[in-house]
Design a protein around this ligand. Structure first.
Ligand code: PLP
Length: 384
């Protein structure tokens, strides 16, 4: 009997960036490839596989390979932002396609679905994706080409049953794409649950340091749809820049350690905030009372580090509390090592499903006792 070593786990692959070694110096970190153009072979071929920097780049490819490994996907693609990644999926659909998107989701993409996608000829219906019956009812067999979901979904953190929606989509001949930014590949593998494409705003946890804007897609199959997405990226010049891809690679290597610690802190904070006298509700999938908790527990191996709180004293107290914190940073975005607090309704405007008394919290890597004490002080002062 041979004593074969088991293949490395994704955490090992990420920590070592797939074990790549720079061949010339034997450096354990790969160099940054910045060339925009490449020498053609004398016989007119491009044997290196690279001809021009808009369709492809070696540093981008390496970072993509790590993301593909994390998602257990045959291929991944990087884009100049999460929005570029998401909209490239839509723009790869045939003209006139019908799309289902969530009623509650990342605000700018929802806005794009409602205001811009129709200008490209797409017909979009917004649906409560936490209700499989509503998804079934909204589907137009033969016309619906894409179901887009986000789980957990900004900023209320509703959970969508990925396997349930995948079954509904595939029966109707539609693709399923999942924005898994908040779950991260550490806690959820949408492709294994039946999704066709998984998307990340790599600006968030994948990079983790609030210094890169990037988007990622990974596919279940290198099929025609995937080729169409690659064509959109090349034609629209939506590829990520090599320096950003290199920085993203550095962030990815610590994904597991960062997100696991942030999630532990988020769970501790959610439990404490649930008992806070100023807090009406804590929206966090890790709390057993949260409506999507059972599905989250089934399809995720951790509940992530995003939550929202609703304040008993309403909008003014929420804005006031956000103004009084010192350790939490009053800023948009999420997934960085520094904790962020945001009054989402101020960002999302009048058509938002976000309640005005809500504060969104992105839990970072600071000591959770410091984070609680800072927020507790701000909440009590805001209510005074
Ligand atoms: N998806 C989610 C869940 C997000 O939070 C964001 C950004 O906040 C995006 C997509 C868009 O990503 P980007 O800002 O990288 O374009």
């Amino acid at each position: 009997m041979t004593d074969r070593p088991s293949p490395p786990k994704t955490r090992t692959l990420a920590a070592q960036a797939l074990g790549a070694i720079e061949p010339e110096t034997k450096g354990v970190v790969l160099p940054l490839h910045v060339a925009s153009t490449f020498i053609r072979d004398p016989d007119n071929q491009y044997r290196s596989g690279y001809s021009y920097g808009r369709p492809d780049n070696a540093t981008v490819r390496h970072t993509e390979a790590v993301i593909a490994a994390l998602e257990d996907a045959p291929e991944a693609l990087l884009f100049g932002s999460g929005m570029a990644a998401a909209t490239s999926v839509v723009l790869a659909l045939p003209a006139g396609a019908h799309i289902l998107a969530p009623a509650v989701m990342y605000w700018s993409l929802r806005n794009w679905f409602v205001t811009a996608a129709p200008r490209f000829g797409y017909r979009v219906d917004l649906v409560d994706m936490t209700d499989l019956g509503a998804v079934r009812a909204a589907l137009r067999p033969g016309e619906t080409k894409l179901i887009w979901i986000e789980t957990p979904a900004n900023p209320l953190w509703g959970i969508t049953d990925i396997a349930g929606v995948a079954e509904i989509a595939h029966k109707a001949g539609a693709k399923l794409a999942v924005d898994s930014t908040v779950a991260t590949p550490l806690f959820c593998r949408p492709l294994a649950l039946g999704a066709d494409v998984v998307m990340h705003s790599a600006t968030k946890y994948l990079n983790g340091h609030s210094d890169v804007i990037a988007g990622a897609l990974a596919t279940a199959r290198a099929d025609e749809f995937w080729t169409a997405i690659k064509t959109v990226r090349a034609q629209h010049g939506a590829i990520l820049g090599p320096f950003e891809a290199w920085l993203l690679m550095r962030g990815l290597r610590t994904l597991d350690a960062r997100v696991r610690t942030q999630t532990e802190s988020a769970m501790a904070l959610a439990r404490r905030l649930a008992d806070h006298p100023s807090v009406a509700a804590v929206l966090y999938p890790g709390l057993p009372a949260f409506p999507g908790h059972a599905i989250a527990a089934r399809q995720m191996s951790g509940f992530g580090a995003m939550m929202s709180i609703r304040l008993k004293s309403g909008e003014r107290a929420a804005i006031d509390a956000a103004a009084r914190v010192e350790i939490w940073k009053r800023a948009t975005s999420l997934g960085g090592v520094e904790s962020l607090i945001e009054h989402r309704a101020s960002v999302e405007g009048p058509n938002s499903p976000c309640p005005p008394d809500l504060l969104r919290l992105s839990v970072g890597l600071e000591d959770p006792d410091d984070l609680y004490a800072d927020l507790d002080r701000a909440l009590r002062a805001a209510n005074a």
